[in-house]
Structures are given as structure tokens and as C-alpha cells.
Design a binder for this molecule. Structure first.
Ligand code: ASN
Ligand code: ZN
Length: 333
């Protein structure tokens, strides 16, 4: 029987109609991405263990745009995994989470009204709940990018998931998620410096996190202070998200893809951004070649400066911008 890689259609919940890489075996199509390490997407059908069943159909069109159709979340998750793979490959030359060409897998419809998503190093897989009322699965592009980037962090610096290193771990996932979302260039979910703006986890349309001014979520910290290691890693990530925003876009008010940003600095001094692409290269180089499991904010600063020096030179405007941006979030020399 015929076996081969196909391009199907996904009617996603958050990203409109997209192309999906699927596999045809005879008259059956599955969410198996033979172009990206064999990444597979499974339906847990409200279970909480194992893999459930691989999404399989007689047609290569997946989902109907809402969570009333089980394959919709599958389409979103499969798309997010493909984008994340392509982003790491084209931006950093990284082939898969472990840079070994091997795909992970995704599981959707985890549990009931489960309002979270998570990466698990043990199964080398990512899992998505269906959100409040089983209506808003956490399968947006940025959530996929965030969770899979936890796998990249584990495979590289392996930042401990507590204290300041935990905040840096979380921020790395938010930063790379923004990178994936801008890379996707999807008109239904344009790139931004917000996290989780599509999944409506707060029920009032607000995003989960803001990178320009993290304290807008009511809990995240804008700037480093002694003792920040004692707060939840999803809030101690704030200064690093803020640093990334300042380094990319600078401190002035700005509108990007229709979203307004304003990023005041800790020291009141202006920061001139160097653009997101360069900021991502600096962050990734620090993550993969400078940092260790115990890197704290001071070490993150040192590592990003070393990375910027190697990439652009220690006399460069990029190097100076890294210094200014860290000062802008209260991390000094
Ligand atoms: N979605 C959460 C995160 O990626 C799950 C967790 O708390 N680890 O951070
Ligand atoms: Zn996370």
C-alpha cells in the first residue's frame, strides 16, 4: 500500500487554516510529521496517562476551528510543534529539541477542564489541557513554543527550576515562544511580546504575561531585587522577559502588530533596542554555551555579555545595548 509524507489542511482554533505535514498509509492519514523527526500528535480523549490514540482519519483535513471537534486541538498542537521545529532549525541551526533530528510528540485533550500545558523530559513529550469548560485548549503557538523550549533548556543549560535559575528557565521559554510566534508570521495569531494572549486563561481576554512590563499581570516582577529567587518561577522570570523586550525594542512606547508596549527601566535611563533577531541570537548562545544549571541573574548578565562579545565584538553597539538593558532591569556589574 502507499506510504508517504503528505501536506494536509488544519482548521485550527487559534491560527486559522494552516498546512500540516501528515503521513498517508493506504487510505488512512495520521498526524505524523515525517519532515520533522517523526513528531506525532495523540488524542488522550480526557485520559491522563499513556498516549491515547494517534490522530487517524480517512481524510487529510483536520478539525473545524472549535474544540467541539477533537481533531481541532490536534491540528493546533501539530502546527505549533512544526513551527517550533522550523524556528529552531532556521534561526539557530538546531535540529529538534536535542539537536539530534529526533521529534518529540504531543498529547491533547488531557483530563477534564485542565487549564495548563506542560513539557515532560521523561516522556520527551508535551501535553495540553482543554482549558476552562473543555472549550479553550492551551494549544496556541506561543504555548507550544514555550513548552517545547523547556525541552531545549533541559537539553542545554538545564537551569534548575527553582530560585533565580528557575526564573531564567521560565523566561527562556517565554522568550523563545515570542520568537516562534513572530517566526510563524500567522495572520490569525501575529507575533507579540505577550504570552498566552489567545487562550484566555484569565477569562477576560487578557494575556497570561507581558514582556515589556511584566508587573502588568499583577504578580510578575519588572526588575531584579535581592530575594527575587523566593518567588514563583513564573514571576521571577519577569526581569529576564523585561531585559529581552528592552534589548529587542528599546524603552520607548511602541506599537507592533497592533499591540501597544511601554517599557520603563529600573534606572530611568533609555535603552536603544538592537532588534529581536539579534537579541534571540545572544540569548540562545548564552543558554547553549555559557550558562549552567545554577546560573543566576548576575551570571545571566555575564553570559549574555560574553555571547554578545563573541557575536558582535565587545566594542559593538550590541554589546553596549546588553549592558544598558541589564542595567534597565536592575542587574548591574
Ligand atoms: N505550563 C507551565 C509551564 O510551562 C507548567 C509548569 O508549571 N511547569 O511553566
Ligand atoms: Zn514554563
Amino acid at each position: 500500500e502507499y506510504q508517504g509524507i503528505r501536506t494536509g489542511i488544519g482548521n485550527t482554533q487559534y491560527s486559522g487554516q494552516v498546512s500540516l505535514t501528515t503521513t498517508q498509509s493506504g487510505s488512512t492519514y495520521t498526524l505524523t510529521d515525517g519532515a520533522r523527526g517523526g513528531h506525532k500528535t495523540y488524542n488522550l480523549n480526557h485520559g491522563t496517562s499513556g498516549t491515547g490514540t494517534l490522530f487517524s482519519q480517512s481524510s487529510d483535513t483536520w478539525g473545524n476551528g472549535t474544540n467541539s471537534n477533537a481533531a481541532t486541538a490536534g491540528a493546533d498542537a501539530h502546527y505549533g510543534a512544526a513551527l517550533t521545529w522550523d524556528y529552531y532549525k532556521s534561526t539557530f541551526g538546531r535540529t529538534g529539541i536535542k539537536n539530534n533530528g529526533v521529534g518529540a510528540y504531543s498529547r491533547v485533550h488531557y483530563g477534564n477542564s485542565y487549564v495548563n500545558a506542560f513539557w515532560d523530559d521523561g516522556c520527551f513529550c508535551m501535553t495540553y489541557g482543554d482549558g476552562s469548560g473543555n472549550a479553550k485548549p492551551l494549544t496556541s503557538i506561543d504555548v507550544a513554543g514555550h513548552e517545547m523550549s523547556h525541552g531545549v533548556t533541559s537539553a542545554t543549560a538545564n537551569l534548575n527550576y527553582s530560585g533565580e535559575s528557575g526564573g531564567l528557565n521560565e523566561a527562556t521559554s517565554d522568550i523563545m515562544a515570542a520568537g516562534v510566534e513572530f517566526f510563524a508570521n500567522n495572520t490569525a495569531d501575529p507575533g507579540d511580546y505577550l504570552v498566552g494572549e489567545k487562550i484566555d486563561i484569565n477569562g477576560n481576554g487578557t494575556p497570561l504575561r507581558y514582556m515589556d512590563k511584566p508587573s502588568k499581570d499583577g504578580a510578575s516582577k519588572d526588575n531584579w531585587y535581592s530575594g527575587i529567587g523566593g518567588v514563583d518561577v513564573h514571576y521571577s522570570s519577569g526581569p529576564a522577559n523585561h531585559l529581552f523586550y528592552l534589548l529587542s525594542e528599546g524603552s520607548g512606547a511602541k506599537v507592533i502588530n497592533g499591540v501597544s508596549y511601554n517599557s520603563p527601566t529600573a534606572d530611568g535611563l533609555p535603552v536603544t533596542g538592537i532588534g529581536r533577531d539579534k537579541a534571540l541570537q545572544i540569548w540562545y548562545r548564552a543558554l547553549t554555551t555559557k550558562w549552567t544549571s545554577t546560573t543566576n541573574y548576575a551570571g545571566a548578565r555575564t553570559g549574555t555579555l560574553a555571547a554578545a562579545g563573541e557575536l558582535y565584538g565587545t566594542s559593538s553597539t550590541e554589546y553596549k545595548a546588553v549592558q544598558d538593558a541589564w542595567a534597565g532591569v536592575g542587574v548591574g556589574s
